[in-house]
Design a protein around this ligand. Structure first.
Ligand SMILES: Cc1cc2nc3c(=O)[nH]c(=O)nc-3n(C[C@H](O)[C@H](O)[C@H](O)COP(=O)(O)OP(=O)(O)OC[C@H]3O[C@@H](n4cnc5c(N)ncnc54)[C@H](O)[C@@H]3O)c2cc1C
Length: 430
């Protein structure tokens, strides 16, 4: 049995670490193969175009590849043993191994930068000897009841497939190709090379954390630049970060996620994740005098005869154009489109036939407890789309340990354990 994972990010590492522990405890685990085009933890480095690398991690680093250390599928005693063994891959263990733990605690447990987080993920990858195929996946096709994964370095066949990563950067189809009109990916690559912007004004389109982070970086590096965040919500809402909200991300079952109405689940996600700013970035924006929020729905951008960037904005019945020296379009990510782009003809027809249509809505509605498309074989795990059906923490870093249990439970028979280390049945465990 072979399980393929597209992307060597935190999700792949969480699954690999759990598989490693389950194997150590005597379970029959699937062989893993991870396809990665740019290196382990690539999306947390500046070369990804998603970050400067120096941005702070939004979630606490304790939400690491084992979090919340509450396996629940393998029987009480085994679960406790798994939770204990998984701590070898924790953020704390990494800090101890690199002799930084005491200092990190004494400094008040600061958020690591994305680059520090990448170093942690690389450390986990080394410890589990992550089996990586260093190649870009170009197609996912069905063949003889398995997935045929075509990469830039050849073909592989797997019995199940997990697709990770945020997906494609969303941008309007008619975005002009111009050095002063940038997508998120262009922006961070430019910014790493030269953070100074010529001119007096910049617009940032978007209402989420990425837009806020870009606006803050631009404004801080260019005090003379007036930065406007163009937001359809007309306001910078800070996200809910209290215990009640956080706990739903960590443990959707205890928090009765599955009992909530669909409408309430969507409302929760929009209050806590999509289109809201974290309290930390909101505080940073509040300190910057050269950032403002402009209400409006971005409808397009053009370059006029004077080579000016003209953004078109709609708000209620009003239509407005605003001229900027520089514009960044940060409209989120498209995971469903990313998967669709990779599907071969047979796979696309089979999935479309299975679901009626391949859209964000049909895909989200079909995600089962294994974080895969319900009833579809071979399994296609899409944790990025599991938020609505299974819990809002599955698409992000909020419960990676739980995520790994959900995925692996589809491949590891609970009764497959053949040998358990002796202390396993110690009195205190039972
Ligand atoms: C800048 C930024 C900051 C974030 N901060 C947080 C945070 O603090 N907390 C949080 O919970 N969430 C955060 N997120 C959300 C984040 O996307 C997820 O939480 C997390 O990255 C998911 O991990 P992952 O394993 O799915 O993917 P990733 O870490 O994104 O890894 C995906 C990997 O897939 C590879 N890949 C992509 N396409 C291919 C292909 N065709 N072939 C081969 N390999 C491919 C990429 O190179 C990449 O290494 C952040 C996202 C961004 C963009």
């Amino acid at each position: 049995m072979k399980l393929g994972i597209l992307g060597a990010g935190p999700k792949a590492l969480a699954i690999a670490a759990k598989a490693h522990v389950l194997k150590q405890l005597g379970f029959a685990v699937p062989e893993l193969v991870v396809f990665e085009k740019d290196g382990v933890a690539a999306n947390w480095r500046p070369s990804s175009g998603l970050t400067s690398g120096h941005l702070p991690l939004g979630t606490p680093p304790d939400k690491d590849v084992g979090y919340p250390y509450a396996s629940f599928l393998w029987g009480d005693a085994v679960n406790r043993r798994i939770n204990a063994e998984m701590q070898a891959f924790s953020w704390q263990s990494h800090m101890i191994a690199t002799r930084e733990y005491g200092e990190w605690v004494d400094r008040g447990r600061p958020a690591p930068s994305h680059l520090q987080w990448a170093a942690y993920l690389e450390w986990v990858a080394r410890k589990v000897e992550l089996p990586v195929v260093a190649a870009e996946v170009t197609q996912l096709e069905l063949e003889d009841g398995r997935w045929r994964v075509t990469t830039s370095a050849g073909e592989h066949h797997v019995d199940g497939l997990v697709v990770t990563g945020p997906g494609d950067v969303r941008s309007p189809a008619n975005l002009p190709v111009h050095p002063r009109v940038r997508t998120v990916a262009d922006f961070w690559l430019d910014f790493a090379w030269n953070p100074r912007i010529e001119g007096r004004s910049a617009g940032v389109v978007g209402a989420g954390e990425t837009a806020a982070t870009i606006a803050a970086a631009l404004a801080a590096a260019n005090p003379g630049l007036a930065v406007e965040i163009i937001s359809p919500q007309a306001m910078a809402f800070s996200r809910g970060e209290s215990y009640a909200e956080n706990h739903v991300y960590t443990d959707p079952f205890q928090a009765n996620w599955l009992q909530l109405t669909r409408e309430d689940r969507r409302h929760f996600v929009s209050r806590t994740d999509r289109g809201v700013f974290s309290v930390a970035i909101k505080q940073e924006l509040d300190r910057l005098r050269n950032v403002e929020i402009v209400p409006g729905l971005f409808t397009g951008v053009a370059i006029d005869a004077l080579d000016q960037v003209v953004a078109h904005i709609a708000y209620a019945a009003d239509r407005e154009t605003r001229i900027y020296d520089y514009l960044v379009v940060s409209m989120g990510f498209d995971h469903t489109g990313f998967v669709a782009r990779l599907l071969g003809e047979r796979a696309r027809a089979a999935l479309t036939g299975h679901l009626g249509a391949w859209t964000q809505e049909t895909a989200e509605d079909a995600i089962d407890q294994w974080l895969a498309v319900k009833g579809f074989r071979p399994r296609l795990h899409l944790p990025m789309l599991a938020g609505l059906n299974q819990g809002p923490g599955f698409p992000n870093l909020s419960c990676l340990g739980r995520l790994s249990d959900h995925v692996l439970a589809g491949y590891v028979p609970i009764a497959s354990v053949t040998h358990l280390p002796q202390p396993f049945f110690a009195e205190h465990d039972l």
